[in-house]
Design a protein around this ligand. Structure first.
Ligand code: PRX
Length: 642
């Protein structure tokens, strides 16, 4: 790719030069990460860099710090106090701007209000909020007090919210009267009302007024946010916490029916994301940075809130749908705010590709200088479209591979230290301090060009502390398959030039529009419907969303399949998990393909719906079930083609 039009500081580095820098960092990870830790302002320094009792890492033990202080107060000491911290754009056109000084005021008011409600060090506070400024404010207010936040994506159902509140035993829930999405109001408060019917730990529900429409407030339990912050005048000193103090818990899907509460630390996590944010996005003082993920996912935690604010960057936050009221809403925002750095998902890019270039061409996107991608593999066509149409063939694309569990980006081009030549669809090389390998079933490195599993061989500061209330599961899920190394659950291939190609999940986890969903979790949601006896969930390639959900359902005795029932089951899944988990197709069958030991062979179903060869089915208990699933699928295709 030609580098002529790239800004001087972004000219490509020879791979060897990058690899030399990289090698130095992984040869002595403790030295490298200690240097990175010095870039933050600690209240007192650490006793040691790392205590490593596999798989539990304590980074910088003894060091004291506070996330809210580092993201806000620190910037008040210099000219940045008047720099814009957050530009907020509501879907309805409302706009808000908060300087670091104003952010400090708002965070303190809420921290004081939470303190009045009895929230203290170590308490858990649950959030169910739209993309409004009160969300980062509330995260920082909790961190100020040493309280641990658990943000629940506002697309989750009341059941999923209740499960998370109960598991964390949160005593306060912060929500809003509603949020705007495609011009309609999402009734968040009534979902919270439903959820808290069965959550004995909740004492208070704090409600932000966003839409202003009528909602019910329960006397004694529900309080308006504006009422409790209005009279707060004092500043709340940020509580120094030890480096391994949990900053947040974030639930994510895995291979079992129960989502895992991933716990992140304060010190290690902040050191890590601070480091990778600079390395990957090459953030400058005048950068205007927009990550348009939802804060309900890890990308939003790390790369909307904590890393940018630690760096004193100006961020943009947008509340609503990307194509509302017109498909050029995003491009309008980029033009309006002169955004320099855009971080988004392959699904969004493919959606805009499908809408056509005319919407992009209406806008001046010349302020952009770096483009990012995250959440799922980006196909080369989408990469090229993004590079050409959004980046004007001028902006490098940082394809960033990482996970909720890793805290921050692990594999990505690194324009902040030296950009290597890019290959569309490859996340290129690991970042400094991250020691990766690609191995086979037995943990042996695979030759170049051969698909294997990506593993991480040394601890890194952003790694999760544990799975909340279940350290055994942390060990079992990530650290047992390849002893001593972290198993990420993704396929990967290294090419002849050493570039890494992340090839999707190797386990029973789906990525639907970048959202992570466990097949077993979806199957349990399906069988909680009174008509369903058994269900198997598989994914099917989808042009825009990457993957979509298909369900094979066995009905209970006496229940007949019908279009109405299929519709009802789709609604049931939306209500039980959330709208983003709506199945694309439901096939009714009388048996599921299973192994002799009774395990559902989801790969058979996956191959079937993708039109691929089914492969080895010698362990199948009943071959007729594959035939039947095939017939149900073909029948469906025949009917839908009519
Ligand atoms: O399969 C990988 C995919 O997303 C998974 C992690 O999902 P989650 O914890 O929800 O975090 C998403 C945001 C970091 C990974 O196991 N994934 C993420 N980024 C990429 C990716 N797959 C390929 N390329 C990426 N850049």
């Amino acid at each position: 790719m030609s580098t002529d039009s790239l800004p001087v500081e972004l000219k490509y580095w020879p791979i060897k030069r990058y690899m030399d820098t990289y090698k130095k960092s992984v040869d002595n990870i403790e030295e490298f990460w200690e240097q990175e830790a010095r870039k933050l302002d600690w209240f007192s320094t650490w006793d040691r860099v790392l205590d490593w009792d596999i798989p539990f890492a304590k980074w910088f033990p003894g060091g004291m710090l506070n996330a809210s202080y580092l993201c806000v107060d620190k910037h008040l000491k210099n000219w940045r106090r008047n720099k814009v911290a957050i530009y907020w754009v509501g879907e309805d056109g409302e706009e808000k701007t908060l300087s670091y000084l104003q952010l400090h005021k708002e965070v303190n008011k809420l921290a004081a209000a939470l303190q009045e409600m009895g929230v203290k060090d170590g308490d858990r506070v649950a959030f169910y909020l739209p993309m409004i400024v009160e969300l980062p404010i509330a995260m920082l207010a909790c961190a100020r007090l040493g309280a641990i936040h658990t943000v629940v994506f506002s697309g989750f159902s009341s059941q999923a919210l209740a499960d998370r509140i109960n598991h964390t035993e949160a005593n306060v829930v912060i929500t809003a009267d509603g949020g705007f999405r495609r011009g309609k109001i999402i009734e968040l408060k009534s979902i919270v009302d439903d959820a808290v019917k069965d959550t004995p730990s909740v004492k208070k529900v704090l409600v932000v007024k966003r839409t202003g429409h009528d909602i019910e407030m329960q006397e004694g339990r529900d309080v308006w946010y504006h009422d409790v912050v209005r009279h707060q005048e004092k500043t709340v000193p940020p509580l120094p916490v030890e480096s391994t103090h949990p900053l947040f818990i974030l639930y994510t899907s895995g291979t079992t029916g129960k989502p895992k509460g991933i716990v992140h630390s304060t010190g290690g996590y902040l050191v890590y994301i601070n480091s990778v944010y600079r390395t990957v996005f090459n953030i400058q003082e005048d950068s205007v940075y927009w990550c348009n993920a939802d804060i309900g996912w890890v990308t939003g935690h790390s790369f909307i809130v904590y890393a940018p604010l630690l760096n004193g960057a100006s961020i943009v936050m947008y509340e609503g749908a990307p194509d509302y009221p017109t498909p050029d809403r995003w491009w309008q925002i980029i033009e309006d705010y002169k955004i320099t750095t855009l971080y988004t998902s392959p699904t969004a890019i493919r959606m805009f590709m499908a809408l056509g270039e005319k919407w992009v061409k209406k806008h001046d996107l010349s302020s952009l200088s770096i483009l990012g991608s995250v959440g799922e593999p980006i196909n080369p066509e989408a990469w090229m479209w993004y590079f050409k149409n959004i980046g004007g063939e001028r902006c490098p694309i940082v394809d960033t591979w990482w996970q909720t569990e890793t805290g921050g980006i692990m594999i990505s081009p690194a324009p902040g230290i030296g950009l290597v030549p890019l290959k569309p669809g490859s996340a290129t090389f690991p970042l400094p301090g991250i020691d990766v390998d690609v191995v086979d079933e037995n943990g042996k490195p695979v030759p170049d060009g051969v698909r294997g599993y990506i593993i991480i061989k040394k601890p890194w500061p952003g790694m999760a502390l544990t799975v909340y209330k279940d350290p055994a599961r942390f060990k079992e899920t990530y650290w047992t398959r390849f002893p001593g190394a972290y198993y990420a659950g993704d396929y990967c291939m290294r090419d002849d030039d050493g570039y890494l190609w992340l090839l999707g999940r190797a386990d029973e986890v789906l990525k639907v529009a970048g959202h992570r969903l466990g097949t077993v979790e979806l199957e349990s949601a399906m069988v909680s419907h009174p008509s369903v006896a058994e269900a198997a969930v598989a994914s099917k390639p989808h042009e825009i969303k990457g993957e979509s959900i298909v369900v094979f359902a066995v009905l209970k005795e006496g229940i007949s399949p019908s279009d109405e029932l299929a519709k009802e089951l789709r609604t049931h899944m939306r209500n039980t998990v959330g709208p983003f988990a709506t199945p694309e197709n439901i096939y009714f069958v009388t048996k599921l393909p299973k192994t002799r030991s009774g395990k559902i062979m989801r790969r058979v179903l996956k191959a079937l719906v993708a039109g691929q060869s089914i492969g080895d089915i010698s362990t199948l208990e009943d071959k007729a079930s594959v035939e039947e699933a095939k017939q149900a699928f073909e029948e469906f295709q025949r009917l839908t083609k009519k």
